[in-house]
Design a protein around this ligand. Structure first.
Ligand SMILES: C[S@@+](CC[C@H](N)C(=O)[O-])C[C@H]1O[C@@H](n2cnc3c(N)ncnc32)[C@H](O)[C@@H]1O
Length: 323
């Protein structure tokens, strides 16, 4: 299953079959309210659009987290120590890990993503820039059990989970996912994780409703992808992007709203939408430092250190799994 694609890159493909996408979309559209999991945003076009979101002036999380990582890279490397094995679930373009590589000099880096071609392109670019780095890329759904490549027992295992992707899980699922990461790195292993902080809802609103409409395009690409891959006939002009902060639940919600009464065919099935009906496509929970530390503690992690920016927009935590 694993094969070398060039000197310092190995690739393993656990890609979920198209049947999984089909089954989950059908199930999600039969629910009330309708919902489709955010992992399906990421085909090649979705990954490109996410990278474009990261460049937007309104989208503070990426640049803020990158500033924190670059300001503290030396300290982070000192805490993690030598001979590390860095696993990055949802690695995307592997942009953020570059901020750590020169100080950390890990033995092995394992980027893992559901978006296969994007992952391969990112791994190849990284291998070219860091020829000394051993890269084990895996195309996988990170919520499924993971097999790490055979490695020396002496390696210091660390999961790197930036981008506040933990906020995309419901809190109970977030706790279960953190435990899953803990079990993957083992007792004594580390977790370096970026978590978006609670803040003024206006800043949040602007970040998820950018003036150039890139986030709207990213959200609508889900329907375009369903049309392309699942023989569906969503009319993209009949749906509109909506994102808002749900203060009670402490989360951004992203939806696709039907602008009219309509019916949509997906393969042999037909789904009815009334005007204003939504498909819930993403949650992005925001956590105070304390809230996140107690979630991580419930998952078996001890907090070691937390870094934030001056405006308290974003946090980066280092924690150790205790089991
Ligand atoms: C919000 S982006 C974050 C990218 C990068 N880690 C960052 O911080 O900029 C989420 C990434 O995780 C990937 N992803 C989302 N759900 C996934 C899943 N269930 N399994 C594997 N990868 C997933 C996406 O393809 C995308 O690259």
């Amino acid at each position: 299953m694993q094969h070398a694609i060039q000197n310092n890159i190995h690739f393993t493909d656990y890609h979920p079959a198209p049947a999984d996408f089909f089954a989950e979309v059908m199930e999600g559209l039969q629910q009330s309210p309708k919902a489709i999991a955010p992992k399906f945003f990421y085909d090649a076009q979705g990954s490109r659009l996410f990278d474009a979101i990261c460049e937007l002036a309104e989208y503070y999380p990426t640049r803020t987290e990158m500033q924190i990582l670059s300001d503290h890279a030396e300290e982070i490397a000192g805490i993690i120590g030598e001979k590390s094995f860095v696993l990055e679930p949802g690695s995307g373009s592997s942009t953020k890990v570059r901020l750590l590589l020169n100080d950390l000099k890990p033995h092995t880096y394992m980027p893992m993503d559901i978006s296969r071609q994007h992952l391969l392109d990112a791994a190849q670019t990284l291998a070219h820039e860091y020829p000394w780095l051993d890269i084990h890329a895996a195309c996988a759904d990170f919520t499924t059990p993971l097999m790490l490549p055979v490695q020396p027992q002496t390696l210091n295992k660390v999961a790197f989970f930036p981008g506040s992707s933990i906020g995309n899980f419901e809190p109970a699922a977030a706790q279960a996912f953190l435990t899953h990461l803990g079990e993957t790195v083992g007792v004594g292993g580390g977790l370096l994780i970026g978590v978006d902080l609670k803040k003024d809802p206006e800043l949040l609103h602007a970040a998820y409703n950018d003036s150039e409409g890139v986030t709207a395009e990213f959200n609508l690409n889900l329907l375009a992808r369903i049309n392309r891959e699942l023989n569906a006939d969503f009319d993209l002009d009949s749906f509109v992007h909506r994102a808002f902060y749900n203060r009670t639940l402490g989360r951004i919600e992203m939806h696709l709203v039907s602008r009219r009464q309509q019916q949509v065919a997906v393969a042999e099935e037909t789904f009815q939408f009334h005007r204003g009906e939504t498909i819930h496509t993403e949650c992005s929970y925001k956590y105070s430092i304390r809230e996140f530390q107690s979630l991580a503690a419930a998952a078996g992690f001890r907090a070691v250190k937390v870094w934030t920016d001056g405006e308290q927009l974003f946090s980066v935590h280092y924690l150790i799994y205790q089991g």
